[in-house]
Design a protein around this ligand. Structure first.
Ligand code: ATP
Ligand code: MG
Length: 261
């Protein structure tokens, strides 16, 4: 069910129907899904929308006493200014830095989709908007379901479909990203996922790579979905700097995104 919101775009207010959320995937692990999620959370807060975040499965958590500490979830909870327990924001945690399928096998802890659904339902109903961050890219395996008739692998893409949210693809700016971005976008489209667009993220402070300068334009030219914009290298990632970016360098990208939600 879309939501009517009043958005302030520069000096003008306008009304708009928003989707209830968005799913953030990446072309790979470490491309900047969490940073982009945080930036969008800050932008929503700055326009008066009450956002929430879910990281349905986080692997590579740090073990402290007998608790698993999910760093992405904790960072995003702070950025979203949520007071919900971290176990709602990150319902499934593993210690090993592996795909969920492999981590769950080695740690001998099957994934509970009931817990994921419970968190999702709670957050999507309680808040204006939900940002869901995947794990790695969309073909990261999550589980294998076995029933009498068939054996089926469940991927992150299946969680995107389960949540029924439109997708944002976060891409690196560096060499190799054209291939990874087009593979991700074309595969997601082929299985019927609705893509809002691509965000190209400069996660490293290098300006020596010539491909970084040409990649946004060529991806824009070749991709069947729009490039919403680029996010520059951010020297210090905190609320203050992200808030500044939403009003300056990333304003156009966020406007493109909000117009397409
Ligand atoms: N625009 C940026 N400027 C500076 N550093 C960035 C930027 N984007 C990402 N980074 C840094 O790159 C690293 C990876 O980013 P991030 O954690 O957002 O990736 P991810 O796709 O969420 O990874 P994962 O698959 O582990 O969830 C982090 O150390 C982050 O601080
Ligand atoms: Mg992350």
């Amino acid at each position: 069910m879309p939501l009517l919101m009043i958005i302030m775009n520069s000096e003008q207010y306008y009304q708009k129907y928003f989707s209830k959320g968005v799913f953030i995937t990446g072309t790979d692990t470490g491309v900047g899904k969490t940073v982009i999620s945080a930036l969008i959370l800050r932008a929503l807060i700055n326009i008066g929308v009450k956002p929430s975040v879910i990281k349905p499965i986080e692997t590579g958590c740090i073990k402290k006493d007998s608790n698993l500490i999910p760093s992405d979830g904790i960072f995003l909870k702070d950025m979203a200014e949520m007071d919900d327990p971290i176990d709602i924001i990150v319902p499934i945690k593993y210690e090993l830095p592996l795909s969920p399928l492999v981590a769950s096998r080695i740690e001998n802890k099957p994934i509970s989709f009931q817990r994921i659904d419970h968190s999702f339902e709670l957050l999507i109903n309680k808040y204006d908007f939900l940002i869901a961050e995947g794990a790695g890219g969309i073909l990261v395996p999550v589980a294998i379901s076995n029933n009498a008739l068939q054996k089926k692998t469940i991927y992150i893409a299946d969680i995107v479909k389960r949540f029924n949210l439109p997708l944002i693809v976060v891409s690196r700016a560096t060499l190799g990203t054209i291939n990874h971005t087009l593979l991700t976008v074309n595969y997601a489209m082929s299985i019927g996922i609705n893509i809002v667009g691509i965000i190209i993220n400069y996660s490293k402070s290098s300006d020596t790579d010539i491909s970084e300068k040409t990649n946004p334009q060529i991806i824009h030219e070749l991709s069947p979905v729009p490039v919403l914009g680029v996010v520059p290298y951010i020297h210090k990632i905190d609320k203050e700097n992200l808030d500044k970016l939403t009003k300056n360098e990333c304003k156009e990208m966020l406007k493109n995104l909000f117009e397409r939600l």
